[in-house]
Write a protein that binds this ligand. Sequence first.
Ligand code: ZN
Length: 192
Amino acid sequence: MLESNVLVLNRLWQPVNITSARSAVGLLYCGRVRALDENYSAHDWNEWVGLPPASGSNGDVLHSVSLNIRIPRVVQLLIYDRTPHVNIKFTRANIYLRDKYRCQYCGRSGKSADLNIDHMIPRSRGGSSDWENVVVACVPCNRRKGNQLPEEVGMRPARVPRRPRWQPVISLSQATRPHPQWRPFLEITYQP
Ligand SMILES: [Zn+2]
């Protein structure tokens, strides 16, 4: 039970990590996080240990010598600065997630098979493979743009591409089976 998974949110309620119940309880004790109950009310350590046991799948309790501590399912970091340091891997899947599976030129959304990664400055013209130079593009837009610069074809991405500031959630859901209490937070950012 101490190894069961706990979703970690940042102060903007965005999922940034998954940690073990052991670590979440430790963070709660140290005042680094608040724990969310089944009604999504946030509690500090003193409030949390005073809560009555929860029912159903939220009902796991950690027994120690003097306390019965509910296992939190979701905790929220209190210190904003803790979260942007997560180093997000530059991968195809994470680029799709950042751009929400949507062509940044025409706005069409699709499955990964219908989408490509477009280098705004083409690699053949010195463009680099990094967060600031790639966007998701549908196959027709990618083909139309070809080997040209955005301004040469009048194709501008909807948003200036940047390094994402939060951990894309798909890597979380791949890592583990999400607890039902995580669902509202996953839906905020996970839109395949
Ligand atoms: Zn397109």
